[in-house]
Design a protein around this ligand. Structure first.
Ligand code: 4NP
Length: 151
């Protein structure tokens, strides 16, 4: 099972979603491969934002080896699930998804009970605290997703 998390820059939210998901999948014994990408190319090749690395590290998760890349049409053939971190990203992914691609596209927090339609807020331009909220959202999404996919 292959899962791709997608945000805008691939340096804040989707690296944290990938990290949280990897840990949760391992904890629950779910055999899954996770990756992340961005719809934008501003940070291609870069490590996650320092603040994202720090918040993950504070929870015992190392995301520092990840490198940003841009999502591509072929991702919709390589991955079983493509998960958007917010509605704007979801709309962009719907546009670029090839008609014959098999990947199932969804909004991350749609998987969490009571949070359907919610975005994982972009912490990039905000205060440090935004990264804590982002991490908590990513853990909630990862737990719900692993639970669903494990069934
Ligand atoms: P992300 O945050 O989508 O969570 O990685 C952003 C990072 C960088 C930019 C926008 C959002 N940017 O415009 O450079």
């Amino acid at each position: 099972m292959k899962i791709l998390f997608v945000c805008l820059g691939n340096i804040c939210r989707s690296p944290l979603a990938e990290g949280a998901f990897r840990v949760e999948a391992e904890k629950r014994g779910l055999a899954a491969e996770a990756d992340s990408a961005g719809t934008g190319d501003w940070h291609v090749g870069e490590a996650p934002d320092k603040r994202a690395i720090a918040v993950a590290e504070a929870h015992g998760v190392d995301v520092s080896a990840q490198r940003a890349r841009k999502v591509s049409k072929t991702d919709f053939r390589k991955f079983d699930y493509v998960i958007a971190l917010d509605m704007a990203v979801l709309a962009q992914l719907r546009e670029m998804r090839p008609d014959d691609a098999e990947a199932e596209l969804s909004l991350f927090l749609d998987h969490v009970e009571g949070r359907a339609g919610e975005d994982v807020a972009d912490p990039y331009y905000g205060e440090e605290a935004g990264f804590g909220t982002c991490w908590a959202d990513c853990v909630a999404g990862a737990e719900a997703l692993v639970e669903k996919l494990g069934k």
